[in-house]
Design a protein around this ligand. Structure first.
Ligand code: MLY
Length: 265
């Protein structure tokens, strides 16, 4: 796999134990990631959780997707697992009688939204429903103990998954601390957070696990953390039309429901 961190050695060296897989809200066999760069889907707006928007897959990494809301800027990308309940196939919203919303920070006048939506979806490749996996259930109890090792998303740099330790437990909350880093990146979360994974998760999914920080230089010297995602050419990156993909699209091509009517430019 692309992950070279030796957990066995590290656990021995640090005399620590890993948290059992059953403690996490993650499937024991990680879901396969079939998504491709450029595919569109519906996603809950992370900055406005009441609204569901159109998003594009910017990159894939392990069992995660790097997503960008259509009509938003490129500064607010976010990462979701393929079995996240925050994502669903295009059309789900409509089936449920709801409307797709412009993202928070929509770059244009809201009055342009309906036509923008139509234009953004027309001819686009929609991620097929079978790519979306069911979110695993929450374990019934918080079983985490202080000192247990896990892999956790660095919420300040959410593309990074890093070796971490349970620093505290309080009711259904756990304190996540990052090995080799000062408290700057610590956070409290619910025990069933989707941002924490059992030891070995990145190895199984092919995601990149960061090495622990070297405590000596834990004062956030930029050590050029590796960027785990795979980039692909997409029309989103440049205003120029991207070259047609050589492969046949695996997604569903959205067709304009207004049929023959022209879409004004
Ligand atoms: N650019 C940042 C990255 C810090 C990442 C810390 N995580 C892994 C806990 C820096 O080097 O300060």
């Amino acid at each position: 796999q692309s992950n070279h961190f030796d957990w066995d050695k590290y656990l021995k060296e640090t005399g620590s134990v890993s948290a059992p897989s059953e403690y996490f809200r993650q499937s024991l066999t990680p879901p396969t990631n079939e998504f491709q760069v450029g595919m569109k889907l519906e996603a809950r707006d992370p900055r406005n959780i009441g609204s569901v928007c159109v998003a594009s897959v910017i990159a894939t990494t392990g069992a995660r997707l790097r997503l960008r809301l259509d009509g938003s800027d490129n500064k607010n990308d976010f990462w979701r697992l393929v079995d996240s309940s925050d994502i669903q196939p295009v059309g789900t919203c409509e089936q449920e009688g709801d409307l797709l919303q412009p993202p928070l920070g929509y770059r244009m006048n809201v009055s342009s939204w309906p036509m923008f939506l139509l234009r953004t979806l027309t001819g686009s490749e929609l991620a097929p429903a079978v790519f979306f996996k069911k979110e695993p259930p929450s374990p019934p109890l918080n079983n985490f103990k202080v000192g247990m090792k896990i892999e956790a998303v660095d919420r300040k740099n959410p593309f990074l998954i890093c070796p971490a330790t349970i620093g505290g437990v309080k009711g259904d909350q756990i304190h996540i601390t990052f090995d080799g880093w000062s408290g700057t990146f610590d956070y409290w979360c619910k025990y069933d957070s989707r941002d924490i994974f059992p030891v070995g998760w990145c190895c199984l999914t092919g995601d990149v696990l960061q090495p622990p920080g070297s405590s000596a230089e834990k004062k956030s010297k930029s050590r050029g953390a590796t960027r785990p995602w795979k980039y692909g050419a997409t029309a989103l990156e440049s205003e120029e039309a991207a070259p047609e993909a050589a492969e046949k699209p695996k997604g569903i091509v959205f067709t304009n429901p207004l049929e023959d009517e022209d879409i004004p430019v």
